[in-house]
Design a protein around this ligand. Structure first.
Ligand SMILES: Cc1ncc(Cn2nnc(CCOP(=O)(O)OP(=O)(O)O)c2C)c(N)n1
Ligand SMILES: [Mg+2]
Length: 562
């Protein structure tokens, strides 16, 4: 049969490593979906809506490295864009593929369905350009190979989302076969002279410091620089702290690990050893308003080196085209031991958080809830922490070697965790995926549990029901933070319909939670949701403190000269 544009796109998606792609069908993309299904190494995962489809692809990329979501034009893509903005914010290469009107209609007087009913067909591409690092529209079959390869290469190199628009009559068009995939995936490398000079300058700054500390930020995973970071940490033998949205990117059992560096929300006295240090060697850090507690924590520019995927910032210097991992690895060859922060940390290192068991008959407290969730986390577990007090509860969890932690602190879209964890579990079915999600967040996207039932994914969902938007209450309260309660356990069971194996359980006491967890761990045939009682006022002290700082930061008056 004739090789087509649809075959080209399918082959390229498979060649960059995608096995499952996430879809919501629509008449603008049905033929394209057929070609993806024809491909022997691609199979689709259907989602209930396009926001969840984009989030599921985002989660697949967290576990698998790269992903694709396929949606229909306008009514599909516009909600998918919310998840794509999240993928951009979180440095995840999601390839958003959208159906589009037949090319014959684009410059005609025809009015088409799913559009605003005008002759303007550009609004979708205009939005896509703001939320991706490459946005292409396949208007002629002979251009498809070049445009597809360009978009995919930008996703692979920059670890950011891209957009490919496929008119409904394009997938079937004849198209040349692809050349070697190296054209798309060949990595970039540093400019040699810049790499040498950047590491000379950095080594000199470090030699002049007395107590350097290392700080891993959220972009270190996207840059694939974790090993190089540890090579430098080993050469220096300095203390290592991580930003909250880099938790687990460095093993919490690493000999020099000193906790999450997040001011008053820190763990393991990371803030104290950070205050002791006189120089920060950062990698992939982002001090946004939430991770800097209202711009109140973090090193001064004079005592801070940082690096992103392809550039390095040092006091008085900026080097472009220097790759983070190559920079860290090369720098490790040029530094000598400077372990003052590890010597000091040995003196101040606190005992690990360890709550005493509560009376099993008593109403669940937050501490008892967290003590029992801690017990579920083993070296094969990935813990998802949804926006809410789950951020602060999750942050305090101690992760054994091999455990992973997923959070979305830059985009911070409530409801992200359930669909994202679906994608994650599809990519990594052998891992134990556990979600901590509040009642408010869950109400946005909980229906995606249906796919976990369909695909028999044994995800464990701790639905923390504190009757409302507690994180918002702590930032600024009002009637809008109260929500209608659901029967979340029944909601979970409702997805079984005639043949599912999901379980929806309620836990109001320590004893009920313990029993529910045993049932959840034994349920290999589907997800288990445990609706946990949590009194509205029983939240972390960190959320209370952080909420007031963030609330005040949000409320700053306009600067006088604005
Ligand atoms: C898409 C989206 N819409 C609104 C918000 C604002 N927001 N952030 N957190 C919340 C409430 C979260 O409530 P829950 O999930 O119940 O969490 P907690 O009660 O804090 O444990 C809102 C409404 C948001 N972060 N994302
Ligand atoms: Mg809540």
């Amino acid at each position: 049969t004739q090789f087509t544009v649809g075959d080209y796109l399918a082959e390229r998606l498979s060649q960059i490593g995608i096995i499952n792609h996430f879809v919501v069908p629509g008449d603008y993309n049905l033929k394209l979906l057929d070609y993806l299904e024809y491909h022997p190494k691609l199979s689709e995962i259907g989602c209930c809506n396009e926001l969840n489809c984009a989030f599921a692809a985002e989660g697949y990329a967290r576990a698998h490295g790269i992903s694709a979501a396929v949606v229909t034009y306008s009514v599909g893509a516009l909600t998918a864009f919310d998840g794509i903005g999240g993928a951009y914010a979180e440095n995840l290469p999601v390839i958003l593929i959208s159906g589009a009107p037949n090319t014959n209609d684009l410059n005609s007087s025809h009015i088409l369905h799913h559009t605003t009913g005008t002759h303007n067909f550009d609004y979708q591409m205009d939005i896509a350009k703001n939320l991706t690092v490459a946005a292409v529209a396949l208007r002629r079959a002979n251009e498809a190979p070049r445009l597809i390869d360009h978009a995919l290469r930008q996703a692979v190199l920059q670890h950011k989302p891209v957009y490919i628009e496929v008119p409904t009559n394009m997938a079937t068009q004849p198209c040349p076969k692809p050349g070697p995939i190296s054209a798309v995936i060949e990595p970039e490398t540093s400019d040699k002279a810049s790499l040498e000079q950047a590491t000379d300058v950095a080594a000199d700054l470090i030699s002049k410091s007395e107590k350097p500390i290392m700080l891993a930020g959220p972009k270190i995973r996207a840059a694939g620089a974790e090993k190089a970071f540890l090579k430098l940490a080993g050469a220096l033998d300095a203390a290592v702290v991580v930003q909250p949205n880099a938790k687990s990117f460095i093993s919490e059992e690493y000999k020099n690990y000193a906790g999450v560096y997040w001011g008053l929300c820190s763990t393991r006295a990371a803030d104290k050893i950070g205050d002791f240090a006189d120089f920060f060697i950062g990698a992939g850090t982002v001090f946004n308003d939430y991770t800097s507690n209202g711009y109140k924590i973090g090193p001064s520019a004079e005592q801070f080196i940082d690096s992103d995927y392809m550039h390095v910032s040092l006091p008085g210097y900026e080097f472009t085209r220097v790759k983070m991992d190559e920079f860290l690895s090369r720098l490790a060859d040029k530094v000598s031991k400077k372990n003052a922060t590890m010597v000091e940390y040995a003196r101040i290192k606190p005992a690990l958080l360890n709550y005493a068991p509560a009376n099993p008959k008593e109403l669940l407290t937050r501490e008892e809830l967290m003590r029992q969730i801690q017990g579920v986390i083993d070296g094969n577990t990935t813990l998802y922490a949804e926006t809410g007090d789950s951020w602060f509860n999750g942050m305090q969890m101690n992760l054994p070697e091999g455990a992973k932690f997923e959070i979305e602190m830059q985009w911070g879209h409530i409801g992200w965790s359930v669909p994202s964890a679906l994608g994650y579990a599809i990519a990594a079915p052998k891992r134990r995926t556990v979600i901590m999600v509040g009642d408010g967040s869950f109400q946005l996207t909980g229906q995606e549990l249906a796919q976990m039932v369909l695909h028999k994914l044994p995800v464990i969902i701790f639905l923390i029901n504190n009757r409302g938007y507690t994180i918002e209450i702590q930032i600024h309260d009002g009637p809008y933070n109260r929500i209608k309660n659901w029967d979340y356990a029944a909601f979970m069971e409702s997805f079984n319909a005639e043949d599912g194996k999901a379980k929806g359980l309620k836990a109001n006491t320590g004893e009920e939670l313990d029993q529910a967890i045993q049932i959840a761990l034994a349920n290999k045939e589907g997800p288990t949701l445990i609706e946990c009682y949590n009194h509205t006022d029983d939240c972390t002290k960190e959320l209370v403190a952080w909420g007031s700082v963030v609330g005040a930061t949000n409320a700053r008056a306009p600067a006088a000269d604005q």
